[in-house]
Design a protein around this ligand. Sequence first.
Ligand SMILES: C[S@@+](CC[C@H](N)C(=O)[O-])C[C@H]1O[C@@H](n2cnc3c(N)ncnc32)[C@H](O)[C@@H]1O
Length: 326
Amino acid sequence: MLLPLPSFLSEIKNTLKGGRQAPACPVAAAPAPGARPLPRPAPRSPARAPRAFKPARCFRGRGLRRKRSRHFRRRERPAPMAGCCRLGRASLPRRGLHTAARLCKARSGAEHQWLTRHLKDPFVKAARVESYRCRSAFKLLELDARHRILRPGLRVLDCGAAPGAWSQVAVRRVNAAGADPSSPVGFVLGLDLLHIAPLGGATFLCPADVADPGTWQRVRELLPGGRADVILSDMAPNATGIRGLDHDQLIGLCLSLLDVAPHVLSPGGTFLCKTWAGSLSHRLQKRLTEEFQGTRTLKPEASRKESSEVYLLATQYRRAAGPGRA
Ligand SMILES: C[S@@+](CC[C@H](N)C(=O)[O-])C[C@H]1O[C@@H](n2cnc3c(N)ncnc32)[C@H](O)[C@@H]1O
């Protein structure tokens, strides 16, 4: 059943068009009324002013790893900036991401395109306004609003959970933090290769690799009753840039989840996974059709049009291993 466009999507559009303006960048946002302004560094004397900033060919930290020449080290040694996240020599809290990005003049065309698109993206802005850890929260919010995947009391396993935006959505929807005393309390377990910052109502297993059998033993120990009602996977392998290879790897990850599903997913359960369309998609589709009663291919609005990313939603799981086989 296709439900009407969730209201939050229209809200995001309205918000970002006119009404409530999202701050362009949290670090560059105007201070709240009554708040003390951030202390500004004292101006340097002209004699001690550093040479013009010459950023590394970088974005996303690559420049930080650049080997600095002796000349660079001697003349351009940055002043200590405790508590600041640095991009090249631009301090983000002081300048804001926009300025910092502008300073990386030598970045490549592709990096420039990525950054410009990211900074203009309405879902990135909305994620900041709504305090989601990343824009992908809106994908799950939309899929859930249209297909009613999550409800209070369900046990959710979130695979590839870092930085935790899907888990944030899941915690609210299944009432995992017990915020609604009149509804059953659910459970959210997230796992990832990467560290995930703690989140009230969620349990995180990290670092954990879905390809490691030890991970599944821990997952079964942590899940109440040893099973989940919903398996979510927004996993994505580190992209090599070789489309076919990235596709094969992602399909491999999704298939490996289906291999363990008999031991982890409850009969009648739901499976939602991200894939990149490609030559092996039919294999995954076939497995899902065999093992679930219903499957559909979905492309939420927050998923970029130019991306081959699609989500497969499979409902009413038919298989489950007996307790002896788990
Ligand atoms: C697109 S991010 C997920 C974003 C997440 N859904 C959110 O909303 O915050 C993909 C994640 O998959 C994780 N991942 C990739 N391969 C994995 C594996 N073999 N095991 C566990 N996690 C994996 C990556 O570390 C990455 O954090």
